[in-house]
Design a protein around this ligand. Structure first.
Ligand SMILES: [Zn+2]
Length: 290
């Protein structure tokens, strides 16, 4: 099962979240049948979203929109504080690799755009915060968002590695944040360690990638594990929810669907699940409304 592990340096200078999201991104790939670049872009967005949600207390919902103006179109994901995430990418069919190395490309096909975070505490007035995309690689854009928007110096590494059939092999990453009590010397030591850190893709390929990430982050610094929480790709859509959505349409439209289309078919954009409503269902809905 996928997990998100929260850790803190013993001296209180830093904290880090380390995530294994392999099954989560695999489930997203299966739901949306994404090709290589789209899988990696969507997967990175889901991982960033899970980290943002883990940063919240209570029962809140975080929407992350990575909106570029190039091939991918919009990437939209929603995570809650129970470790569940759902999401989709507008163009699931982007598949571009470097000829020489086979490396899956993401940034060049994101284009210019925005990293938008909407925090909903469930009490109305969701809070929106936006920063520009700086590379389109999502990890860097996320770190920039945390540093600029939340005023917390942060380092982020996240990635999705694919096997020879472009299926998800491993997905995960880390988010490291400086805490208010950090001293100059602490910051300098961690900055150096981050700079010298092996590439996130090679850390993720380690046999125990959670341990590899923690070692790369903390080195010889003592740290404690605060918690380990399950995470998963999970969509909260239901027949009832879509029926409520249909109920908000004018009766005339519902009648047209019943007469001409003999019903309605709705596909959840977050998980691709199909819901069918017969002409009988629609007529019942019209009768209930009037
Ligand atoms: Zn759904």
């Amino acid at each position: 099962m996928d997990t998100l592990i929260k850790t803190i340096a013993k001296n209180g200078a830093f904290r880090a979240y380390v995530v294994d999201a392999t099954e989560t991104v695999r489930a997203a790939q299966e739901a949306h049948q994404t090709l290589a670049s789209s899988t990696v872009a969507l997967g990175r967005t889901l991982i960033a979203n899970l980290m943002l949600a883990a940063n919240q207390k209570g029962d809140s919902k975080i929407t992350l929109k990575v909106i570029g103006d190039s091939s991918f179109g919009h990437i939209i994901s929603v995570a809650n504080t129970q470790g569940q995430v759902k999401g989709y990418i507008q163009n699931a069919g982007v598949d571009i690799k470097k000829t020489a190395t086979g490396e899956v490309l993401v940034g060049p096909f994101m284009g210019n755009g925005f990293f938008i975070v909407i925090t909903d505490y469930g009490m109305g007035n969701p809070y929106t915060s936006t920063t520009p995309l700086i590379s389109g690689e999502i990890g860097e854009d996320f770190a920039y968002y945390l540093t600029e928007s939340e005023q917390t110096p942060s380092a982020v590494g996240l990635n999705v590695l694919l096997d020879e059939h472009d299926r998800v092999k491993v997905a995960g990453g880390f988010m490291l944040q400086v805490l208010p009590g950090a001293k100059e010397a602490d910051i300098a030591r961690f900055e150096k360690r981050i700079q010298e850190m092996p590439a996130i893709s090679s850390l993720l390929q380690s046999e125990d990638h959670i341990e590899a990430l923690l070692t790369a982050i903390y080195g010889d610094d003592a740290y404690s594990r605060l918690s380990e929480e399950p995470i998963a790709f999970h969509c909260d859509c239901s027949r009832e929810r879509f029926l409520n959505a249909l109920a908000s349409l004018p009766n005339q439209d519902l009648q047209e669907m019943a007469d001409q289309d003999k019903g309605a078919e709705i596909v959840c954009q977050f998980c691709q699940k199909e819901y069918r409503f017969t002409d009988h269902d629609l007529e019942e809905l019209i009768n209930e409304k009037s």
